[in-house]
Ligand binder design. Structure first.
Ligand code: MEV
Length: 422
């Protein structure tokens, strides 16, 4: 019989029934099937409430970054990531950053933007002003949607109206700017935008289509800077010029900027994931911000100060929350927030920005010096050894020989393992 993925009422089935269906569909063995249906730190019941059609949970390694000091406070930062070297690189970079007193951070208010798109307007510029004439009313109506947020000190702060050109003619785009306090805020701002849409139609005579937040959260900026004393940099101060050259390359060339910023996100996304935040929102926001001038550029900046020390800084949108999302539900995310000991979503975002900056420092230092492969290959060699079946002591032995021979390859690992076992 033909296999079909068309299943009605799959969401109504029990977790066990879903797994049974999957087992038959994908022809899984009993052993394979046993990987589903059990939570780790995230229990099945909670997981089943978080998303639809749950069959299991998915784990990533969680590593602890040491040596970080942020605004004079020593912190430990857990990262959820599959890539080797990231945790070690950030711990190492943060040790160098301590020479300048650690990372220093700040942030804007946690202001999210939601967009309301009005079309079919022959008089877009008049429509824009008609909307702006209702500024106070709009702010008031938006705030009526979320009295709890207003009570907590948040709420709609400002509006902005833009006329944009599109392939479908001019569009009038209203932005509401909402301080969402400790929430990521997607639900709050989307509700407000939806409530305002009929009024925008009434005042302009246009037709509203989209009412949705913008992930280019450029009113919710987290900043971090650090200073690395020239004598604290390994291998030595002579590497600083190369690091600044590496940064300037990224800032000038989108091909390099993408990789440079990927390295920054190597730090940022794992904090976002570990704290149960929306990593797609953060990634989208960071990359859109990197391209906001029309050219995609480096997210951080590196310069040499008058003393010859290295100074780094980063500013980017980080729409992270502590309440209202998975952060407040996922048991491990809750614990990680406790370890970070943050009082607000802004403080969490600031630490996350510092993590991104430290990661960039580590990458530029390695790239301007020995390259990244030596560090990477050492862990990679162990992975290759495990892949060919090495266990216990064999892993280290196979990995060491692969490294010695500078041949970190599966075929060679198999040969080494065989000769070890003879
Ligand atoms: C690898 O995951 C990240 C780097 O490529 C970042 C960079 O090139 O800046 C090392």
């Amino acid at each position: 019989m033909e296999k079909t993925s068309r299943v009605s009422g799959f969401h109504k089935k029990s977790i066990g029934e879903r797994i049974q269906f999957l087992k038959e569909f994908a022809e899984l063995s009993g052993e394979e099937t046993s990987l589903f249906g059990k939570g780790g730190t995230l229990d099945m019941e909670t997981a089943d409430r978080m998303i639809e059609n749950v069959i299991g949970t998915f784990e990533l390694p969680l590593g602890l970054v040491t040596n970080m000091q942020v605004n004079g406070r020593d912190i430990l930062v857990p990262l959820a990531i599959e890539e080797s070297s990231v945790v070690a690189a950030l711990s190492n970079a943060s040790k160098m950053v301590r020479s300048g007193g650690g990372y220093f951070t700040s942030s804007s208010d946690p202001v999210m933007i939601a967009q309301i798109q009005a079309v079919n307007l022959t008089d877009p510029f008049a429509a824009k002003l008609k909307i702006l004439e209702h500024r106070e009313e709009i702010i008031e109506m938006a705030n009526e949607q979320d009295p709890v947020l207003v009570k907590l000190g948040g709420g709609c702060r400002e509006i902005e109206v833009r006329v944009i050109d599109s392939l479908k003619g001019p569009m009038v785009i209203t932005h509401i700017m909402v301080d969402t306090r400790d929430a990521m805020g997607a639900n709050a701002v989307n509700t407000m935008a939806e409530a305002l849409a009929p009024y925008i139609e009434k005042w302009t005579g246009g037709k509203v289509f989209l009412r949705i937040l913008s992930n280019l959260a450029d009113r919710r900026i987290a900043r971090a800077r650090c200073l690395v004393k020239k004598d604290a940099i390994t291998p030595g101060p002579e590497i600083i010029d190369g690091m600044i050259q590496a940064w300037a390359f990224a800032d000038a060339d989108p091909y390099r900027a993408a990789t440079n910023n990927k390295g920054i996100m190597n730090g940022i996304s794992p904090v976002v994931i570990a704290t149960g935040n929306d990593f797609r929102a953060i990634e989208a926001g960071a990359h859109a911000y990197a391209g906001r001038t029309g050219q995609y550029r480096a997210l951080a900046k590196w310069e040499k100060n008058a003393e010859g020390d290295l100074e780094g800084s980063i500013e980017l949108p980080l729409a992270m929350g502590l309440v209202g999302g998975a952060t407040a539900i996922h048991p491990m995310a809750k614990l990680i927030v406790k370890i970070l000991d943050v009082r607000s979503a802004s403080e969490l975002a600031e630490i996350t920005a510092a993590v991104g900056l430290g990661q960039n420092l580590a990458a530029l230092r390695a790239l301007a010096g020995e390259g990244i492969q030596r560090g990477h290959m050492s862990l990679h060699a162990k992975n290759i050894a495990i892949m060919v079946g090495a266990t216990g002591d064999e892993i280290e032995k196979v990995a060491n020989q692969l490294k010695e021979e500078n041949k970190i390859r599966v075929d060679r690992a198999e040969e080494i393992l065989q000769s070890l076992r003879k």
